[in-house]
Design a protein around this ligand. Structure first.
Ligand SMILES: Nc1nc2c(c(=O)[nH]1)N[C@H]1C(S)=C(S)[C@@H](COP(=O)(O)O)O[C@H]1N2
Ligand SMILES: [Mo]
Length: 241
């Protein structure tokens, strides 16, 4: 955590932050996902907003940005976190973090790629297959799609039921080397391995079975509903602008 108090929006970056960023150059040799912990430590609250663009200038490459279309989300703990699964299902259910922890866990090591072009190679992910959760609630025959909501109150995403059942789509509890951190959408986020990062909704609070695909936040703003990496919308403009 940066201990120089600095107002976030438009503020000059504190000296300690800059020194910290320079220090990261040393860590660059590790590259990839491992850099993330140190980035989070040095950037602290700036990591969420990056009003200066400095994050993009850090000489390490292959690092995560923290994205949020809102000013973040409330913090949820094992006591307060709930995942509601509703809509066109036989048995709507509400799961706690302990419930999700007790389910079979799947490990994946996959690249994480934002449609804007940054990419983090070989990120370890761990969580419950979305398909497992769908089995527990039993989708009705008329359900063809799944809609996801975030406890940031704004962001949404969706998948077809067929996509949602893939073995590389996780309700993720861990990424990199521990629990999904708050800034990365913890305690629970979605991870849709074969698609661009905007599908991997952070701060997951709702899964709703629907009759048709409903467009998500960025899809309302022009991005492809089918966000396969390498597909038509890998065009390099910025869905977070
Ligand atoms: N709730 C929420 N989820 C989100 C976003 C967001 O702004 N809000 N941004 C998406 C985009 S565009 C990307 S690339 C990834 C970034 O994940 P990260 O912030 O953990 O790096 O989260 C996705 N999920
Ligand atoms: Mo993204």
């Amino acid at each position: 955590m940066v201990d120089t108090p600095e107002p976030i929006a438009g503020a000059p970056v504190g000296r300690r932050v800059v020194l910290g960023l320079l220090g990261l150059g040393v860590a660059g040799v590790f590259g990839g996902a491992q850099i993330q912990k140190q980035l989070a430590k040095v950037l602290g609250p700036l990591g969420n907003h990056d009003p200066t663009g400095l994050v993009g200038l850090i000489p390490v490459g292959n690092s995560f940005r923290f994205y949020s279309v809102t000013r973040g989300a409330p913090r949820k703990t094992a006591d307060t976190y709930r995942l509601e699964v509703t809509g066109l299902v036989e048995t709507p259910r509400t799961f706690t973090l302990a419930d999700l922890d007790a389910m079979p866990q799947t490990d994946l090591v996959r690249d994480f790629q934002c449609v804007t072009g940054w990419r983090v190679p070989e990120v370890p992910w761990r969580g419950v297959r979305l398909d497992h959760i769908l089995e527990l609630v039993r989708p009705a025959r008329v359900a063809t799609a799944v809609r996801f909501t975030s406890f940031d109150g704004t962001y949404t995403e969706s998948l077809t039921l067929e996509q949602a059942r893939r073995s590389d789509v996780l309700v993720a509890l861990e990424m990199i080397d521990g629990p999904v951190t708050h800034d990365h959408g913890g305690p629970v986020r979605l991870y849709v391995a074969p698609m661009y990062g905007y599908k991997s909704l952070k701060w997951l609070s709702g899964i709703e079975l629907t009759a048709d695909v409903e467009r998500g936040y960025w899809e309302e703003r022009g991005y492809d509903v089918d966000a396969w990496v390498g597909g038509s919308n890998g065009r390099g403009d910025d869905p977070t602008a």
